[in-house]
Write a protein that binds this ligand. Sequence first.
Ligand code: BES
Ligand code: MN
Ligand code: ZN
Length: 488
Amino acid sequence: MKITFTDASKSEIVGFIVDEGGKLPAAAQALDDETGGLLNEAANSGRFSGKSGQQAFVVLPKGSSAKRAALIGGGKAKGRDDRAWERIGASAYKAHSNSGFKSLDLHIDAADNAARTALGAKLAAYRFDTYRTKLKTEDKPSLNALNLVTEDTKTAKTAFKPLDAGADGTYLARDLVNLPPNDLYPASYAARIEELAEHGLEIEVLGEKELAKLGMNSMLGVGQGSVKESKLAIMRWNGGKDGDAPVALVGKGVCFDTGGISLKPGAGMEDMRGDMGGSAAVVGAMLAIAKRKAKANVVGLVGLVENMPDGDAIRPGDILKSASGQTIEVQNTDAEGRLVLCDVLWYVQEHYKPTAIVDLATLTGAIVIGLGHHHAGLFTNDDKLSDQLTAAGLAEGERVWRLPLGPEYDRQLKSKFADMRNIGGRAAGSITAAQFLQRFVNKGQTWAHLDIAGVAWVEGEKAPTDPSWASGFGPRLLDRWIADNYEG
Ligand code: BES
Ligand code: MN
Ligand code: ZN
């Protein structure tokens, strides 16, 4: 969808925001005067009261500048935050996307609010139709142009730029999570990442030979049962000072998680196409960072594997030697995400000495039980980083909730045979998973882990800004965190 900002109307449909219990805004009143009171008639009839989510439509008389007018309930004007503006944009888009009309104006005076509204509409306009061959024209959106009519178009355009980049990151993350595992496997995924070089990212991809040389046997163990070659993809954005240590983003990229020999139950297993959601968040964030030309050094690393049962797959009882030198008794091959991440965490510390690391992973079913679909779990060894990530999440509507770490949880990982086992028992499953990762974080290294298993995809009732199965959680949170804390 094309998004523009102008100071005058130009579209087939012209939309105005009406506050709950409020009068028509000035531009709507002018159109009302021209049309002999049609807009006030609509505003004062039926149940329209300006409540959020309500809309009233007016067919404009022949010769009018537009074909339709829409009154869009804005809810209470007081306390209307960025989320509310995004929702206004999303519901306005949704109401007209299949109307048969191509273009929509939204009159929003303040530049920042216009930009947020545009973001909401863009997020709502996401589609994943790649695999549909029988889509009828009437089921395809007709609306392909949104114009924000606003007082200060220059400020609005400037405000929209980084939001637009963030939304592009969200779109990419959604695409990656939505893609089926027969088309998105480590090598094809890495090839897509390589295409991001056109945005100024430096890309490096390591294959199994190189990973073996590095001793990354824990990650390789997970991919061992798959015919697909495991890959480590590295994306670098050098927008900061030369030689300044980067911020590191690390993502779990299990392209499909069958559980391996500790096979998952069949029902719902298709969802495990999304088990690369952490990596998608990182790749999406790197795109957003590059698109808005962030003034920071950022490195993104994603461990790409497929977890399959096979004659040569790892077994419960196997002991793997991780790249850090620590040994791991695999008691459950379905606790594979941590086996991938521990080696990638080692790699990033060894090669980049990052100022901070944030890893993201659809790591545990337990976090879905604990926090549901509305917060990601946050685990960190640094209170300041906790505050930063919490604030960035609230600012962008990708919320995180901190859970504890501690030596008593860490003890659950004791193994009879090796330095640790890869599961910690039934109690506190998300915390023991985080404890496992922390064993691979060097002393003094600032680090946070986001368990996004409950938020990477959501079935059922969703916000209008989140129209597809994959939510694309992560890129806007990470991009905002970097913008607010690492760019001077
Ligand atoms: N990918 C899953 C976690 C998951 C579950 C993500 C549900 C999204 C929705 C992960 O690899 C896994 O299987 N975790 C196990 C760990 C257990 C064996 C300790 C789990 O949560 O059951
Ligand atoms: Mn698993
Ligand atoms: Zn998994």
